[in-house]
Write a protein that binds this ligand. Sequence first.
Ligand code: BGC
Length: 430
Amino acid sequence: MASYTFKYIRSFFRRVSSKSELKRIIKIFHKEMEKGLRGEKSTLAMIPTYSIPATGREKGGFIVADMGGTNLRARKVELKGGGKIKAGNIKEKSLGVKETKGAAEDLFGTIARFIDSLVSKKDAYAPISFVFSYPVKQTAINRGVLKKWTKGIVTKGVTGNEIVGLLKNALNKIGLNNAEIVSLANDTPAALQAGRYIDSNCDVGVILGTGTNAAYIEDVKNVKKWKAPKKIKKIIINIEWGNFNKLDMGQWDKKLDNLSSNRGKQVLEKMISGMYLGEIAKIILQGIKNGWNLSGFNAKDHMTLIAKDKTMNLRYVEMVLEKFGINNTTIKDRQIVKEIVGLVAERAARFGAAAITAVITKTDPSLKRKHTISVDGAVYRNYPDFSAIIDDTIEELFGKKGKRQIKVITTKDSTSIGAAVIGAVACLIK
Ligand code: BGC
């Protein structure tokens, strides 16, 4: 027997992401942000990043090394000032089980060797801007301690430890003594700074990819828990919004959470990000259709194809199901699959829009200023209609004024460019 009906699922998703619900969530989000900034218990870590907002005039060359999800990326980036950039090709390598489930030495050894392939031993000095996109409590622009892993990584010996030190040791071990890690950054301040380098109205950076999170610019006087370095008036805060949990969870959300490596944590992330969307749809579909086994169903390959299917008989939905050995489906079956995939993705996009709205209204409740939101991540860039739903929801929440004052942009290569900008501002605040 199915544990829930299609009718129930549809009404659940519509209710939890209705306009009035989103407005309620935004209010709670503000309270959590405030508590986090005061250093009180909150689901939002609100981490001061030691990175000051860029002016667009920053200059300098950096090697950016980026550990984001389960991939490593590196490239050389040169900022030429006035929004101009010269960047080398991106080198990419996927991390294996040894790195993502093994010991810290394995992970950082691999990162060090990867950096080595871009550094010339002849260079007297190689400035590295390191992007490490997990919840890190920063203690300086180039120091920080991992609070917990997310996105399914469970490497031992990293949580509770200082990240730059781990990487520095690994670099020294292979004799790369000319490399200096000048900055440590999350991908969200990088998205913000990359947007800001070309648009001075940019004050929020968002990632909607394997994981999800955002960073924004806050007045230092509001960050009660933090003793700011002298002369700093504004600081970029890494919200770590993926951990927000004041949300109504469906049975499928609870099931997914129970099966995850970080139970009870990252509740919003588990409803929004690419790592989990396919899993939610899978759990729901298997709950409705006895005997269906959709093991391996994911957002990138399967949900995307289903969402794009505009054929009359839902031929692509049929093809996806056949891949899982589910043959002879009726058109009704396929319609249900398509609608469930749509509901899961729509909730994700609407929650993303609500979170963005909450961040904007935290600093500018009546939209007096213009805001550019720099968004990156595969879900935002590639999932059909995801960005359009976000735009529509923001308009639904703000009315016409939202359309006038808020611009949501996709910033290409935001992580590497933003990290170089952070490397450059790091030189200013030391
Ligand atoms: C991490 C954040 C990161 C986000 C997007 C989350 O799982 O906790 O630090 O910014 O993923 O990569």
